[in-house]
Design a protein around this ligand. Structure first.
Ligand SMILES: NC(=O)C1=CN([C@@H]2O[C@H](COP(=O)(O)OP(=O)(O)OC[C@H]3O[C@@H](n4cnc5c(N)ncnc54)[C@H](O)[C@@H]3O)[C@@H](O)[C@H]2O)[C@@H](O)CC1
Ligand SMILES: Nc1ncnc2c1ncn2[C@@H]1O[C@H](COP(=O)(O)OP(=O)(O)O)[C@@H](O)[C@H]1O
Ligand SMILES: [K+]
Length: 489
């Protein structure tokens, strides 16, 4: 994959504009299709050298055109190939018509395809141009291929997948491998799309990078190159105060564990000092289980006001195990001039008056990071959560703008969005992070990075990435305690 565009995510519409601009620039657009088909053929031969037959399913647009090139290339390589078509091939247009004309193999209607053992399907029915639920003929062939457990290689996208949202339109193939062109699309990383794509290969078919860059926008896959230039590094002259002071609020005596997980994670990611601010009634419980993390009694807003008189207390995590209600709202609003990660109960506390929160943190640099999972997102942004037309990327971005905050919209496909339009989609989190307390660890990691002076968007992105990396290092069966000790900066 070309290094420049390794992390870029282009919507199908943007990629369509790239295609048009490439053609207008005088490039031979059929040459691009030829390279695309050759790449798919090479992948098929590499992955399935023992296939008894490659079955190319070709659709009515350019994705189908890629299919005809693939079929010709596979046949020229000596493989057995059958073609099944959706639509009348005499109605193909442009490059797809050229690809069809160059492919001298006979074909049959899609309906006629009956899977045989040893088949490998090359799915070139629909790609970027799918704009409505797949027709019944396609749904039935998907069902037959699934029942027969025939492996599928998808061209650009598994047919049935909406490239912009990652959602299934009616039915979709489940591919073992997907070959896409120039950059990944949102559906390759958003669920359920990511699961349906299998491994994803991005092939450079030769569109000039300046043309792709012109449409690239600010939506990318999360990786260290997106934030490492802001990552805190300790030098010879660092001391603990120069590495920031994170404060995490503990819940009542029966609910202290979540905050301790956040605090320990904040320390592990490098904050110089971490204080657990605890109700007096929970001091003993917390003291019995803390060592490097410090402890401070804070019971009410006036205690907090005194604590905030010290400007070195620069970053805060509030929410894990803290309780829902008026006291939580008062504490959160009192932090409006500091760097804050607002998680769990603190998010839920604002379900009836989200604007009170959003207004408090408006103006100035982004200093609020909200870390909702799906349920919490729906409490703060009910209209966005139920808007089926929008992708998770679009919803996170709209939420960030509305809240004047960096949004970490969690899940297996966590999306990080800033009000200025930057969006990162995370794809390195293992499924075993779905365990009690792992979100508390994430909140503490982001808080620890904020304390060290990392800007909010980069801190959130680095926290999410390193959380996924720690989860992978910890391995299956991780507990949140183990996750913390697996954090590597
Ligand atoms: N730079 C690139 O990205 C390149 C893209 N190419 C290919 O071009 C594809 C995009 O081509 P197109 O824009 O022609 O789109 P597609 O080939 O994905 O499909 C478009 C056709 O399908 C029809 N259609 C859409 N949804 C339907 C539904 N539910 N039921 C029935 N018919 C439906 C449309 O009316 C149109 O005729 C990409 O996915 C890729 O495979 C390649 O040819 C090489 C260059
Ligand atoms: N299936 C999954 N694959 C990868 N990461 C996941 C998965 N499920 C949850 N996670 C991650 O684990 C964390 C869980 O956070 P959260 O739901 O707040 O849990 P808790 O409240 O128990 O701390 C989030 O960072 C989320 O992105
Ligand atoms: K396809």
């Amino acid at each position: 994959m070309n290094k420049d565009c390794e992390n870029w995510l282009l919507t199908p519409a943007a990629m369509g504009r790239v295609d048009d601009a490439a053609a207008r620039s005088g490039m031979n657009s059929y040459g691009l299709m030829e390279k695309a088909g050759q790449a798919v053929s090479a992948a098929a031969l590499r992955l399935f050298p023992g296939a008894r037959r490659f079955v190319v399913l070709s659709g009515p647009g350019n994705n189908g055109g890629d299919g005809y090139v693939t079929a010709r290339a596979l046949s020229e390589a000596g493989a057995a190939v059958s073609i099944f078509r959706l639509g009348d091939p005499s109605r193909l247009k442009g490059d797809a018509a050229t690809a069809f004309a160059h492919c001298l193999l006979d074909g049959d209607d899609l309906d006629a395809y009956q899977p045989w053992a040893g088949d490998v399907v090359v799915d070139a029915i629909f790609g970027a141009g799918l704009d409505r639920p797949v027709p019944d003929t396609v749904r039935h062939v998907i069902e037959r291929v699934n029942v027969a457990s025939i492996p599928v290689i998808a061209v650009d996208l598994p047919s049935g997948l909406d490239g912009r949202t990652g959602r299934v339109l009616g039915a979709a193939f489940t591919a073992v491998h997907t070959v896409t062109f120039m950059t990944r699309k949102p559906a390759h990383v958003l669920l359920p799309g990511r699961r349906l794509c299998g491994s994803v290969e991005v092939y450079d078919i030769g569109v000039p990078m300046r043309i792709v860059a012109g449409e690239a926008g600010c939506v990318r896959v999360n990786s260290p190159s997106e934030w490492q230039y802001e990552f805190p590094s300790e030098g010879l002259e660092s001391h603990k105060f120069s590495r920031g002071h994170l404060t995490v609020f503990s819940g009542p005596a029966a609910a202290t564990g979540a905050a301790r997980l956040s605090a320990a994670a904040g320390l592990r990611i490098g904050a110089g000092l971490v204080t657990l601010a605890s109700p007096t009634a929970a001091l003993e419980t917390n003291a019995a289980q803390l060592t490097a993390v410090m402890l401070k009694a804070i019971d009410n807003p006036s205690d907090l006001a005194v604590y905030l008189d010290d400007p070195r207390h620069n970053a805060f995590v509030i929410g894990p195990g803290f309780g829902i209600g008026e006291r939580t709202r008062a504490f959160a609003l009192a932090l409006k001039d500091r760097l804050v990660v607002l998680d769990a109960d603190a998010i839920t506390s604002f379900r009836d008056e989200p604007n009170a929160l959003f207004n408090a943190f408006s103006g100035g640099d982004f200093r609020l990071v909200l870390t909702p999972h799906e349920g919490e997102f729906a409490r703060l942004f009910p209209d966005l959560a139920t808007d089926e037309r929008q992708s998770k990327i679009e919803r996170a971005l709209a939420a960030a703008v509305r809240a004047h905050a960096v949004i970490v919209y969690k899940g297996a496909d966590t999306v990080i969005a800033a009000p200025d339009g930057r969006v990162l989609v995370n794809d390195n989190a293992p499924a075993w992070l779905a365990t009690a307390g792992s979100g508390d660890v994430l909140a503490g990691m982001i808080g620890g990075l904020l304390a060290q002076g990392m800007p909010a968007f980069e801190a959130a992105a680095a926290g999410v990435f390193l959380h996924g990396k720690a989860g992978t290092a910890a391995g299956r069966g991780l507990t949140s305690e183990h996750l913390i000790t697996s954090i590597e900066r």
